[in-house]
Design a protein around this ligand. Structure first.
Ligand code: ADP
Ligand code: TYD
Length: 210
């Protein structure tokens, strides 16, 4: 695939602060007269949203869960992400494959080779240009998860699960330092916005220089 747009993914354990910054980043990019398509995973297409409903609410075998995440992703890539990047639009995704490594791999201990195989199958040629990893200690994420928010299957998991998911995220950030930016999400929101301003400006400058 010959993409001309940029692909940015938002990652982090539940309650880390991803959603707080997505609209801000979309706005930043639009100010440069760039079209932005936003999507989320699991989901992003009608079929993907149906799969999301199942996978977030039903008990199932771990491998079924992983396969459904990648099935929804395959559809999202085909219907939304790849066409947008080919048109030259930028794509923002609330979670992508790093979530599968963190949650199904780290959290649930599915062998990483199986996840690598699925990744190769579903998007061998495509990786995000920038992955923003919102990182906070577990206790902070827990406190931030609104007590009134209805918690899905994952949000009801125990501390060990999220600890392992966070560790896997950080391991991947160290493995792929060129695309990951680890953001200390305990910092105040205005400070994080300043950092996001810088990161997006750099990405735009890189694209214009290419
Ligand atoms: P996520 O999308 O990662 O699950 P949210 O963006 O919904 O997390 O954030 C969870 C809660 O934490 C929200 O109430 C949000 O206002 C709050 N929050 C997010 N970032 C910060 C921050 N840097 N400092 C303080 N509170 C924050
Ligand atoms: P999210 O959209 O962050 O939930 P919410 O709308 O409640 O903030 O993500 C849904 C959940 O799905 C989240 O707990 C992480 C999980 N997930 C996986 O386990 N594997 C994956 O591959 C993806 C994309 C998400």
């Amino acid at each position: 695939m010959k993409q001309s747009g940029k692909f940015i993914t938002f990652e982090g354990i539940d309650g880390a602060g991803k959603s707080t910054h997505i609209a801000y980043v979309i706005d930043l990019i639009k100010r440069h007269d760039i079209n932005v398509v936003s999507t989320r995973e699991p989901g992003g297409t009608p079929l993907g949203e149906s799969l999301r409903d199942l996978v977030l609410n039903e008990k199932m075998h771990l491998e079924t869960e992983a396969l459904l995440m990648f099935a929804a992703r395959r559809e999202n890539l085909a219907q939304v992400i790849e066409p947008a990047l080919l048109r030259g639009d930028w794509v923002i995704s609330d979670r992508f494959t790093d979530s599968s490594f963190a949650y199904q791999g780290g959290g649930r201990k599915l062998a990483l080779e199986k996840l690598n195989a699925l990744e190769q199958w579903v998007h061998a040629e495509l990786q995000p240009d920038l992955t923003l990893l919102f990182d906070v200690p577990l206790e902070v994420a827990r406190e931030r998860l609104d007590a009134t928010r209805v918690q899905d299957k994952f949000e009801q998991e125990k501390a060990d699960f999220f600890d392992a998911a966070r560790t896997e995220y950080l391991r991947r950030a160290a493995e792929f330092p060129n695309r990951f930016q680890v953001i200390d999400s305990t910092r105040p929101i205005p400070e994080i916005r300043q950092l996001l301003d810088r990161l997006i400006s750099q990405l735009i400058a890189r694209q214009r220089a290419a």
